[in-house]
Design a protein around this ligand. Structure first.
Ligand code: UAG
Ligand code: ATP
Ligand code: API
Ligand code: MG
Length: 488
């Protein structure tokens, strides 16, 4: 039990009806999860207004209602707290409820279109290898040091974030690395958190269904850096055209990394292979198992962050050479006759372009590149023709297929992709609606030495069709196909 007055600390309140000197159980934003003495926070959502469920929340036992408008009927014995923005209030209340765990450990946020999971996960690995207890909030999973929880979002809701951070403080975690998505910033999931540092990866086309314009998407990302405290660091990628813009108004210490531009932290690529990349960092040569120029950007950000957090450069570089690639990011299997199948989470035009350019960079002879790709339903439709065009331009063969159609018609998604393919590339493409069959088709097409890229779903172990999720795993599927062809 917590006292309502305590958890309302720093919430900007417009009006109160009833007593704030009451004990409350938990803070809940979904009426379906309410139990006795809970605080119900009504959020104006994307599809429905949470204010519609105030009555239901009270019927289930809520004794405190935090809202933006008082309901027409005020019930005696219930406390109503009116605030300007319930998303902001929820985040501050959640921090207070868990005694502000983010102020008790260094919390580092990673934002940008691509690379967040990679950077956050590799930082987790690096600090673990350096002997620390570490926390991770990522698209793939949540880790409270060695204890694993299932991730539901890239950036969870503010109650979940604070609850995980509280567990981390309890477990004596030394550093926490978390992904900060644009949805998370816009929905104020990270409001009120005390960050010790922020990292910007890059900005390219994504989520324009939600943010509407690229400028709005960019400004939402910038809000994260604007809000960093003075004693934090703000680390940006200077080679990205929005890198400097992100730090324009931050009060945090500005730090930069780059491959092409003069920056505080700089790396250079010496050699690229399928087994890894040789780079130099401040004159020291380092071999990494990671592949692709984009991953060297990720690695430079990681090295910079580790140093900014006080680790010694040589120790950092030694550990960097041992870091393993992140699940579903350029993960590959090689068949008996030398067909390489790569599973990668590229689900934006820029990511797909980078991965295909990387593959084209490391191929040595006349191998064919066969790409299997689709686009998610209920997500930015303008990505579809762009991704199809990139796949067709940079591959020898493309099999268009379903990603997670969610509630959309899978056939319509594919038609919206196909319009992006130019007439001269059209002959390289075919469409196989069923992802399992599409992967099988790519395997059958391949000859010794060829490279198959299966893009878009990476680590995901499900496929969502008609709103129903069933088990699906790209890597498992391609291994099965190789097996069936007696090729593994
Ligand atoms: C578009 C979006 O971000 N939606 C998020 C949002 O849901 P919503 O606004 O649609 O909620 P709603 O259904 O309108 O309901 C409004 C309110 O009424 C409440 N409600 C609803 C029904 C009811 O009976 N009782 C009740 O109280 C809901 O709990 C909610 O508080 O708020 C919910 C609660 O926090 C989130 O779970 C939900 O994430 C959905 C599932 C989602 O798919 N989000 C994706 C797009 C997302 O957030 N992705 C980013 C990563 C993107 C990236 O970088 O690639 C992420 O951080 O994961
Ligand atoms: N620095 C980068 N620049 C461009 N593309 C990248 C970069 N890092 C990774 N990618 C590509 O983007 C894909 C997704 O990478 P990652 O999961 O690290 O990004 P993310 O930002 O966490 O994505 P999400 O928004 O889904 O959480 C990778 O599989 C790879 O294809
Ligand atoms: N975080 C991204 C993941 C997209 C992954 C792709 N497989 C899809 O389902 O569209 C999103 O929610 O938009
Ligand atoms: Mg991610």
């Amino acid at each position: 039990m917590k006292n309502l007055k305590d958890i309302l600390y720093k919430v900007s309140i417009e009006e109160v009806s009833g007593s704030t000197n009451v004990d409350v159980n938990a803070v809940v934003f979904d009426s379906r999860n309410i139990v006795k003495n809970d605080v119900f926070v009504a959020l104006k959502g994307v599809s429905v207004d949470g204010h519609l469920f105030i009555e239901k929340a009270i019927a289930l036992g809520a004794t405190v209602i935090v809202c933006q408008e008082f309901p027409s009927e005020i019930i005696e014995g219930i406390t109503y707290v009116k605030v300007v923005d319930t998303n902001v209030a929820l985040a501050i209340i959640a921090s207070n409820y868990y005694d502000n765990p983010s102020s008790k450990l260094p919390l580092i946020g990673v934002t940008g279109t691509n690379g967040k999971t990679t950077i956050a996960t590799l930082l987790y690995q690096l600090f673990k290898k350096a002997g620390y207890k570490v926390g991770l909030l990522s698209t793939v999973k949540v880790l409270v040091d060695n204890e694993e929880f299932k991730a539901t979002h890239t950036t969870p809701d503010s109650v979940a974030i604070n609850s995980y951070l509280d567990k981390m403080v309890e477990a004596g975690v030394d550093f926490c690395f978390m992904e900060v998505s644009s949805h998370g910033i816009h929905q104020k999931r990270t409001e009120g958190l005390v960050f010790a540092g922020g990292i910007f990866t890059n900005l390219s086309h994504d989520h324009l269904d939600y943010h509407e314009t690229f400028a709005e998407y960019r400004n939402v990302k910038k809000e994260f850096f604007d809000a960093l405290p003075k004693n934090a660091f703000a680390l940006t990628n200077l080679d990205d055209k929005n890198g400097s813009y992100m730090l324009q108004n931050t009060r945090a210490a500005k730090k930069t990394y780059a491959l092409k531009t003069i920056a505080d932290f700089k790396a250079k690529i010496l050699e690229k292979q399928l087994s890894g990349t040789l780079i130099t960092v401040d004159g020291v040569e380092v071999w990494t198992k990671l592949i692709g120029v984009f991953n060297i950007y990720n690695l430079t950000a990681i090295i910079a962050t580790a140093e900014l957090l006080g680790l010694e450069k040589l120790e950092v570089l030694t550990i960097v050479s041992q870091l393993e690639s992140v699940s579903g990011r350029f993960e590959y299997v090689v068949s008996k006759d030398g067909v390489t199948a790569i599973v990668d989470y590229a689900h934006t035009p820029d990511a797909l372009k980078n991965v295909l350019e990387t593959i084209n960079d490391i191929r040595t002879g006349n191998e064919q590149v066969i790409t299997v790709v689709g686009c998610g339903g209920d997500r930015d439709k303008t990505k579809r023709p762009k991704m199809a065009n990139i796949a067709a331009q940079l591959s020898n063969q493309v099999v268009f297929t379903s990603d997670n159609p969610r509630t959309e018609n899978p056939q319509t998604i594919l038609e919206e992709m196909e319009v992006g393919v130019s007439s001269e590339n059209y002959r390289k493409t075919l469409t196989v609606l069923d992802r399992k069959q599409a992967i099988k088709t790519a395997c059958k097409f391949s000859n010794a030495g060829d490279i198959i890229l299966i893009a878009g779903k990476g680590h995901e172990n499900y496929q969502e069709i008609n709103g129903i999720r069933t088990h699906f795993d790209d890597l498992e599927e391609v291994k099965n196909c190789f097996n069936q062809l007696n090729n593994l």
